[in-house]
Design a protein around this ligand. Structure first.
Ligand SMILES: C[S@@+](CC[C@H](N)C(=O)[O-])C[C@H]1O[C@@H](n2cnc3c(N)ncnc32)[C@H](O)[C@@H]1O
Length: 262
């Protein structure tokens, strides 16, 4: 039996590993920075806005939003080494004055009430064991009229094949992913009214292709590096094949959801 705290710390520990950066690249979500820019456009970010990035990962989104939309960003993540990576990225980009990062849990955000014009949460809401608590936190920190933008893995309401519900699948954002309808219902329960939903299922298929391609190249050219990083290439390829099939079967997808605090 895995407890919610074990799921959260396992997730934070996995995403803090160098192997994840090696396999996923700069952004840890399907669609990469292109989908982040789409999200920023739909959210209507404006110069001077205050933005929260919940489960900010390596800081790529926070830095891009600050540099391109001239907003200030507060990034929160549960992974200490992930946050070190994020702070280093902001420093290299000369954004330390406008982007800052804090250790914290999405279900108990270390952020003030009624403050943010927008909140983004990419490929992480699906991993929170208590999604209702996280949605309530989103609503608490947004100012009235503020918008939340989520991009996340979706699962058809018929459910996943058993093999895709393990702890590894949980960490890979699959096991507790929901349908768009369920995500909007959870947000509505926190008083956040959905104003837009979009399907981006092709982004998951592209991400699986990218992980597989990188892994196959590394297995041929740098097997020692993979071993040093503790990557079990066969296991990853096995899960990738299952996930690809689930996408082809219409079970697994990716969605953008925007909602507003009244
Ligand atoms: C798939 S990564 C996405 C990172 C980033 N949003 C991106 O798209 O590049 C998931 C992130 O969620 C973080 N995370 C998981 N559970 C969390 C929680 N309860 N509170 C805050 N961060 C969490 C992990 O540490 C990891 O950095």
């Amino acid at each position: 039996m895995t407890t919610p705290d074990e799921i959260k710390s396992c997730c934070a520990a996995v995403y803090g590993q160098d192997a994840v950066a090696l396999l996923l690249g700069e952004s840890y979500h399907p669609g990469g920075l292109a989908l982040t820019r789409r999200l920023a456009g739909v959210l209507g970010l404006r110069r001077g806005d205050r933005v929260a990035d919940v489960a900010c990962g390596p800081g790529t989104t926070a830095c891009a939003l600050a540099a391109e939309y001239h907003v200030t960003v507060d990034g929160v993540d549960l992974g200490e080494s992930t946050l070190e990576r994020a702070s280093a990225a902001a420093e290299v980009a000369g954004l330390s004055g406008t982007v800052r990062f804090q250790l914290g849990d999405a279900e108990r955000l270390p952020l003030p009430d009624d403050t943010f014009d927008a909140l983004v949460c990419e490929c992480a809401f699906c991993t929170f064991p208590d999604k209702t608590a996280a949605a309530a936190e989103f609503a608490r920190v947004l100012r009235p009229g503020g918008r939340v933008g989520i991009t996340d893995v979706t699962v058809a309401e018929t459910g996943l094949p058993q093999e895709l519900t393990s702890l590894a699948a949980w960490v890979a954002c699959i096991a507790d992913a929901r349908s768009i309808r369920e995500y909007t219902a959870i947000l509505a329960g926190a008083g956040l009214r959905t104003t837009r939903t979009e399907s981006h299922d092709e982004a998951v298929a592209r991400m699986i292709d990218q992980i597989e391609a990188r892994l196959r190249v590394l297995r041929m050219t740098a097997p020692d590096r993979l071993a040093d990083l503790g990557v079990d290439a066969d296991a990853v390829l096995h899960y990738a094949a299952l996930a690809r099939q689930a996408v082809a079967d219409g079970i697994l997808g990716y969605a953008l959801v925007v909602a507003q605090k009244p």
